[in-house]
Design a protein around this ligand. Structure first.
Ligand SMILES: CC(C)(COP(=O)(O)OP(=O)(O)OC[C@H]1O[C@@H](n2cnc3c(N)ncnc32)[C@H](O)[C@@H]1OP(=O)(O)O)[C@@H](O)C(=O)NCCC(=O)NCCS
Length: 135
């Protein structure tokens, strides 16, 4: 990884930067306004990877502080992928949730190898991950 990459912990993610990262990896535009989006982004514990002032990657942790935590929005700009930035972000999120009973996530095909390398599995002690997409 380039020595110019810095990781900000417990970081604020601006709605504009968030929308830009999503668009860069082909994800849908969130159908909420900036105020609502900023509030949502402020409810998670965020890791932001920066190159100078530019945001090049993010990861978010939805955490109840005691039992359960969920990792979401792991995104690294295509121009900066396969340089260890995603792994770096994930390590901070996993470290932050080290004492939780369950740490869960929904993996894209792109994310799966990274998560498997970090120990995430489709099944654990007979339980499997399930999800629906109401909106
Ligand atoms: C998933 C994502 C965040 C990974 O970020 P990244 O910075 O490229 O990941 P890293 O460079 O830290 O990769 C760490 C390891 O994960 C694995 N990995 C990552 N991307 C991979 C790919 N496309 N194919 C195979 N293995 C991959 C490799 O083992 C890699 O280590 P290596 O490069 O030494 O072989 C990034 O590809 C991305 O933003 N994808 C689009 C959005 C997305 O789908 N996010 C996941 C949401 S669940």
């Amino acid at each position: 990884m380039s020595p110019e990459i810095a990781f900000d912990l417990d970081a604020r993610i601006e709605p504009g930067a968030y929308r830009g990262l999503r668009a860069a990896v082909g994800w849908s535009e969130p159908v909420v306004g900036d105020a609502e989006l900023a509030a949502a982004l402020a409810r998670t514990w965020n890791v932001v990877a920066r190159e100078g002032r530019r945001v090049v990657g993010i990861g978010r942790l939805l955490d109840d502080g005691a039992l359960y935590a969920t990792i979401c929005d792991m995104i690294v700009l295509p121009s900066h992928q396969r340089q260890g930035i995603g792994r770096g972000i994930l390590e901070y999120l996993v470290e932050r949730s080290a004492t939780r009973t369950i740490v869960s996530l929904v993996a894209t095909a792109a994310g799966r190898p990274l998560y498997e390398a970090a120990g995430f599995r489709l099944e654990s002690r007979g339980s499997v991950g399930m999800l629906i997409r109401p909106a």
